[in-house]
Design a protein around this ligand. Structure first.
Ligand code: H2B
Length: 96
C-alpha cells in the first residue's frame, strides 16, 4: 500500500492524540520505563507481534528497563499514518 508522508501540521495533530510521543515529520518516539529487564523484553515481544502482523516495524533501543520506540516509514522517507497507528497500538500494549 503506497503511503504518503505527513506534513508538520499533520504530525503535530497526530501527536496531540499521542501524549506519550514526541517528534516531527522525520520521526516520532516514545520511551517506556519497564518494571524490570524481563518486563522490558516482554513488552518488546508484544510489540514485535503487532509490528510483524502490520508489516511495519519500530526501531527499538533497549537499555536495561528503558525501552525507546522510534517510528518512521522508511520506504516513504518520513512519518506516515502507519506510524501514528502503530504508536497508538504500542500505547495499548504498554498499558496492557
Ligand atoms: C518488505 C517489507 O514490507 C518492507 O520492508 C516494510 C517492513 N517494515 C517497515 N517498517 C517501517 N517502519 N518502514 C518501512 O518502510 C517498512 N517496510
Amino acid at each position: 500500500m503506497a503511503v504518503t508522508t505527513l506534513s508538520a501540521e499533520e504530525v503535530t495533530a497526530g501527536l496531540a492524540t499521542l501524549p506519550e510521543w514526541s517528534g516531527d515529520p522525520t520521526g516520532i518516539r516514545r520511551t517506556v520505563e519497564a518494571e524490570s529487564f524481563p518486563a522490558a523484553i516482554a513488552l518488546v515481544d508484544r510489540v514485535a507481534v503487532v509490528a510483524e502482523a502490520r508489516d511495519h516495524h519500530p526501531d527499538i533501543d533497549i537499555r536495561w528497563r528503558t525501552v525507546t520506540f522510534a517510528l518512521v516509514t522508511h520506504s516513504a522517507g518520513g512519518v506516515t499514518a502507519k506510524d501514528l497507528d502503530l504508536a497508538s497500538e504500542i500505547d495499548a500494549l504498554v498499558t496492557g
